[in-house]
Design a protein around this ligand. Structure first.
Ligand SMILES: [Fe+2]
Length: 275
């Protein structure tokens, strides 16, 4: 049975989403990743979102919620994101531990879903690309069938696909070794349909916005450390943590933009060569 939800977001002409990704939280509140206290940077991002007064309908959290698998790290996410009243769809990244996540289902707040109708015109398909214990992504046969069957059955809905791993090469050798491994099969499914408008992923800790076969492939900055684009080897960027805002219109078009903290307070240790 597909884990499905219908939201009634039809009282406006568009649907607005907030993408949060790669929070990498720890059990200790002062847990840090390469010198960035990830709970602090996440909460700073949430504070900036509130300050900006961006009106939105749904939050999507595209994985790597936790860095240490602990239930406490997920509790920190749930407690922190609760400053925003909107529902949050989350999915697992390579760093997540699904048994810990499963305990944090919260009616009307945190959702582990596979399919959601946002309105009469828009749907979201949420895929699980995690291969436990490794950094690259993979979609199981069951996930491929789920994608294919939803796209076939609800082909009149404009579609946004969410998954953690990037389904395209982004141009960084080290990161592209950790991409979605079976992206050829993934794109073969998408090519059969004309209703997929965008793919939203995490994992790359940078802003990606590409047009592939008329499908927008988007990622957002992490709420903690940023990876340097087009780098052969692991390298960090000086850019600040951030988030993405996305607006989905009735005609299937999309507008989106990335925002970052103004402060340079959350600068990681730039001399490190891995994490
Ligand atoms: Fe990550």
């Amino acid at each position: 049975m597909v884990l499905r939800l219908s939201l009634n977001l039809t009282n406006s002409s568009s649907i607005k989403l907030l993408q949060i990704t790669d929070t990498h939280l720890f059990a200790p509140e002062d847990g840090s990743l390469l010198n960035v206290i990830t709970l602090d940077s996440f909460q700073a991002v949430l504070g900036a979102i509130i300050e900006k007064k961006f009106q939105f309908d749904v939050i999507v959290a595209t994985g790597d919620i936790s860095q240490d698998h602990s239930e406490e790290s997920y509790q920190h996410f749930v407690d922190s994101i609760s400053v925003l009243k909107q529902p949050c769809f989350w999915l697992a990244g390579n760093h997540d531990y699904k048994p810990s996540m499963a305990g944090f289902f919260r009616p009307k707040k945190i959702f582990n879903l596979e399919h959601a109708f946002l309105s009469e015109n828009w749907q979201i398909i949420i895929l699980d690309s995690q291969v436990f214990g490794v950094s690259y992504g993979h979609l199981s046969k069951q996930q491929m069938l789920l994608l294919d069957s939803i796209l076939r059955e609800y082909h009149h809905h404009h579609t946004l696909i969410l998954l953690h791993h990037h389904p395209i090469l982004v141009g960084s050798d080290w990161l592209d070794r950790h991409a979605l491994k079976d992206s050829i099969e993934f794109w073969q499914i998408l090519r059969k349909y004309s209703n997929v408008k965008a793919i939203l992923c995490g994992h790359v800790h940078q802003n990606i916005d590409r047009d592939i076969q008329n499908i927008r492939v988007l990622s957002a900055p992490s709420t903690c450390i940023q990876f340097k684009p087009n780098s052969k080897h692991f390298a960090l960027d000086r850019l600040s943590p951030g988030w993405r805002e996305i607006e989905l219109y009735d005609d299937g078009s999309i507008s989106t933009q990335v925002h970052r903290l103004m402060s340079t307070y959350f600068l990681p240790d730039l001399n490190t060569n891995g994490y």
